[in-house]
Design a protein around this ligand. Structure first.
Ligand code: HAM
Length: 429
C-alpha cells in the first residue's frame, strides 16, 4: 500500500463500532440464553481449516467452494482456507475429539466470523458473523422440529416479526438420484431459456438451477417437477411427521419447492428463516438457514451418524432489528461519578482510588492523562455525572479528597479512606 493512499478495511469487511455493539450484545445474550436452555454447549473451532475439509464437506461444485473461498498456501506448504461456514469444522472436531463416546445427541453451538469472497452488497459481506447450532447423533424428525422451533423462538424473542420458515426436503441419496434425473430431463429442453450460470449448473450442480434469482430462470423453474413428489417412503414419513410437529407447536412454515440451499451436505429436511417480501422487493435475504446432514460424518471417515443444525446470520439480524426499529438496550451505563486529579502525588494514587470505587460498584469515569482541572471538569459535565471527586496535591498529602456536587457546585472535603462509603451513601439517596 502506498503511503499516500488512505488505509481502509478490505472490501466487504466492516468494523463493528462501539455504538453498534449494543445490537450484537443484545442478539448474543438473548440467543445464547435460549440455546443453552435447550442443552447446547459452546464449542469454538479454528477460523482456518484444511481446504480439503470444505471441498469434501461443502462440495466442490458449490458457489461457496468454487468462487468464494479465501484459500492460501502456508509457508509450511499446507493448503488452508478461511472457513466459509461452521458445520464442516464442527464435524471435523466431533470426529477428531472422539465425541462419539459422549451421550447422544451431542448438542453444540458456536459463534464467530465466516468468510465468503462474494460480491458485497447490503446484507452480503465477505466477513460475516454466524451463530450456529448442531445436534449430532439423532435421526428423528423431532430433532429437525426442535431446531426450527428454537431458531423461530430466538427470532421472536429478539422482537422480529414478519418472517417465515421456508421448508423443503431433499430426501435421501436414493430419492435424490431419481429426482436429479427427472430435473435433467426437465431442463434439457429448456436450456436456451436459462442464464449462462445455470447452463453450467446444468452440468455441475443442477439443483441450484431451482433457486436462481434471474427472472428468466425463475419463470422456467416454476414448472419444474417438485422434489417432494420423488421422496421415498421413509423420507416422506420423516417430512410428514416434521410438519405435524410444527403444526402442533404453531410454527408458521411455507413449503418452498425452490429451496435447495447452497451446500452439498444436506439430506432430508432443509429450511431457511426468510422475512416476508416487502413491496417492490422480491428476494429477501435469509436471516438463517440449515437442515439435516446425515452423511457428512461418515463421509469424513467417522461412524455413520445422523445430524442436523442451522446458523443465523448476525449481520442480517442487526439490519432487521434496525429496519423493524426494535428497541435495543444501550450498553453504556451513565457514570455517576467523575474522578479528577491534579498534581503528581494525586495522579500516582488515582489508579488505585479508581479501582476501589469501581470494586465498590460505583459507576465512575476519569481522564487520568489530563493535568488541568478545568478540562477535567468539562469532561465531567459532558458525562452528566452527579459528583466529581477532586483529588489535588494538597489532598493527596493530607489523605483527603473533595466531593463536588455538580448541580449546586457545593464542595465538601472528606477523608480519603471514607470516600467510597460516602459516595455509596450519597448515590443511594
Ligand atoms: P448458510 O445458509 O450458508 O448456512 O449461512 C447461514 C446464514 O448466514 C444465512 O442464512 C445468512 O443469514 C448468513 N450469511 C451467509 N452468507 C452471508 C454473507 N455473505 N453475508 C452476510 N450473512 C451471510 C450455513 O452456513 C450452514 N453451515 C448452516 C448449517 C448449520 N447447516 C447445518 N448446520
Amino acid at each position: 500500500m502506498s503511503k499516500s493512499k488512505q488505509i481502509q478495511s478490505p472490501k466487504g469487511m466492516h468494523d463493528i463500532l462501539p455504538e453498534e455493539q449494543k445490537y450484537w450484545r443484545y442478539i448474543l445474550k438473548k440467543s445464547v440464553s435460549v440455546i443453552e436452555d435447550y442443552g447446547f454447549e459452546r464449542i469454538d473451532t479454528p477460523i482456518v481449516e484444511f481446504t480439503d475439509l470444505f471441498l469434501r464437506g461443502v462440495g466442490e461444485n458449490t458457489d461457496i467452494v468454487e468462487k468464494e473461498m479465501y484459500s492460501f498456501k502456508t509457508k509450511g506448504g499446507d493448503d488452508l482456507s478461511l472457513r466459509p461456514e461452521g458445520t464442516a469444522g464442527i464435524v471435523r472436531s466431533y470426529i477428531e475429539n472422539g465425541m462419539q463416546v459422549r451421550p447422544h445427541p451431542v448438542k453444540l453451538y458456536y459463534y464467530g466470523p465466516m468468510f465468503r469472497h462474494d460480491q458485497p452488497q447490503a446484507g452480503r459481506y465477505r466477513q460475516h458473523w454466524q451463530l450456529g447450532v448442531e445436534t449430532i447423533g439423532d435421526a428423528s424428525e423431532i430433532v429437525d422440529a426442535e431446531l426450527i422451533f428454537v431458531g423461530y423462538k430466538i427470532l421472536e424473542s429478539l422482537g422480529l416479526k414478519n418472517y417465515n420458515v421456508h421448508l423443503n426436503s431433499l430426501g435421501d441419496a436414493q430419492s435424490r438420484a431419481v429426482y436429479l434425473r427427472a430435473l435433467k430431463d426437465f431442463y434439457k429442453s429448456r436450456l436456451k431459456k436459462v442464464c449462462g450460470q445455470c447452463k453450467s449448473r446444468f452440468k455441475s450442480n443442477i439443483l441450484r438451477m431451482l433457486d436462481c434469482k434471474e427472472e428468466g430462470c425463475r419463470e422456467v423453474s416454476k414448472d419444474a417437477p417438485p422434489i417432494l413428489d420423488f421422496l421415498g417412503d421413509e423420507a416422506k414419513r420423516h417430512f410428514k411427521r416434521l410438519i405435524e410437529i410444527l403444526d402442533e407447536c404453531k410454527i408458521p412454515y411455507l413449503l418452498d419447492q425452490r429451496l435447495v440451499r447452497g451446500l452439498d451436505y444436506y439430506t432430508h429436511t432443509i429450511f431457511e428463516f426468510i422475512p416476508e417480501p416487502e413491496e417492490g422487493k422480491e428476494n429477501q435475504l435469509a436471516l438463517g438457514g440449515g437442515g439435516r446432514y446425515d452423511r457428512l460424518i461418515d463421509m469424513f471417515g467417522g461412524p455413520k451418524t445422523p445430524a442436523a443444525g442451522w446458523a443465523l446470520g448476525i449481520d442480517r439480524i442487526v439490519m432487521a432489528l434496525k429496519q423493524n426499529e426494535v428497541n435495543v438496550p444501550t450498553i453504556s451505563i451513565k457514570p455517576k461519578v467523575f474522578l479528577s486529579q491534579l498534581g503528581d502525588a494525586a495522579k500516582k494514587k488515582s489508579l488505585l482510588l479508581f479501582e476501589n470505587l469501581r470494586k465498590a460498584g460505583i459507576e465512575v469515569k476519569s481522564s487520568l492523562g489530563r493535568d488541568s482541572i478545568k478540562s477535567q471538569l468539562r469532561i465531567a459535565n459532558r458525562y452528566g455525572v452527579k459528583y466529581t471527586l477532586i483529588f489535588g496535591q494538597k489532598e493527596a498529602l493530607e489523605g483527603t479528597i473533595i466531593i463536588r456536587e455538580m448541580s449546586t457546585g457545593i464542595q465538601e472535603t472528606v477523608l480519603l479512606e471514607k470516600v467510597t462509603d460516602e459516595m455509596k451513601k450519597r448515590l443511594k439517596q
